[in-house]
Design a protein around this ligand. Structure first.
Ligand SMILES: O=P(O)(O)OC[C@H]1O[C@H](OP(=O)(O)OP(=O)(O)O)[C@H](O)[C@@H]1O
Ligand code: HPA
Length: 223
């Protein structure tokens, strides 16, 4: 996707005060600011769904990348169903779920664990895949996942990611569809987590140092 097509929230003005929106009490002290309020996420997903449907002419297997991608996947599928019906195109959607894990605290361990059975992977042969992911940060997870899926000869693969982080650690991978370009900060909410916390927060927020410390996992070399 061309950068002119996504919303860039890297500038200072995308920094909503926590007082201006509703935040669960249990996270009040753990967040720096709100980067993308839930309403804006939902409006952007509607536009992405319309674009994806415009670019599609037949059946798709939509693959949700768990866990972080589940909320975006659910909301994107709802919007895509709406736009498929409106467009009167023949686009049957089937759903697949892939679990991928590499982060501990705010860092990738570099060890990308992909959980898909051999039978599930064989089923992807000849299909048009839409991979749905919450965030491309370094890009390593997506590059690894795409390489893994390629071996099973899908007819085509497109990737939709809600967020694309602008970070010097990026491997340069750019997905086909992007919701927002975000600054180089660790974000949580809308199913994105920090050690499994904050998935139950509706807005996408920047975690603060208190939050990072409170929910940190001690790693082997730090013990
Ligand atoms: O571009 P990268 O630097 O590789 O990071 C992006 C990946 O990291 C997160 O997954 P995580 O390992 O935290 O698992 P989760 O989805 O279960 O939270 C996120 O959901 C992406 O899959
Ligand atoms: O900024 C992030 N937040 C949550 N999960 C992530 N996985 C990679 N980057 C991030």
């Amino acid at each position: 996707m061309d950068p002119s097509m996504w919303i860039d929230v890297t500038s200072e003005r995308f920094n909503y005060s926590l007082n201006h929106f509703v935040i669960p009490r249990h996270y009040e002290n753990d967040l720096e600011n709100i980067l993308i309020p839930n309403g804006l996420i939902m409006d952007r997903i509607e536009a992405l769904a319309q674009l994806i449907v415009q670019d599609t002419d037949g059946p798709i297997v939509a693959c949700c990348v768990l866990k972080g991608g589940h909320q975006f996947f659910a909301d994107l599928m709802n919007q895509m169903k709406k736009w498929i019906t409106k467009s009167r195109k023949h686009i049957p959607l089937s759903l697949e779920f892939i679990k991928v894990k590499s982060y501990v605290n705010d860092r990738s361990t570099g060890d990308v664990q992909i959980s898909l059975t051999e039978d599930e992977l064989k089923d992807l042969e000849g299909k048009h895949l839409l991979i749905v992911e919450d965030i491309i940060d370094t890009g390593n997870t997506m590059v690894r996942l795409l390489k893994h899926l390629e071996q099973y000869s899908p007819a085509s693969v497109r990737v939709a990611s809600l967020l694309l982080k602008k970070t010097p650690l990026s491997c340069g991978y750019i997905p086909d569809y992007v919701g927002f370009a975000i600054p180089d900060a660790f974000v949580v909410g809308y199913a994105l987590d920090y050690n499994e916390h904050f998935r139950d927060l509706d807005h996408i927020c920047v975690i603060n140092e208190t939050g990072k410390t409170k929910y940190a996992i001690k790693q082997a070399e730090e013990k």
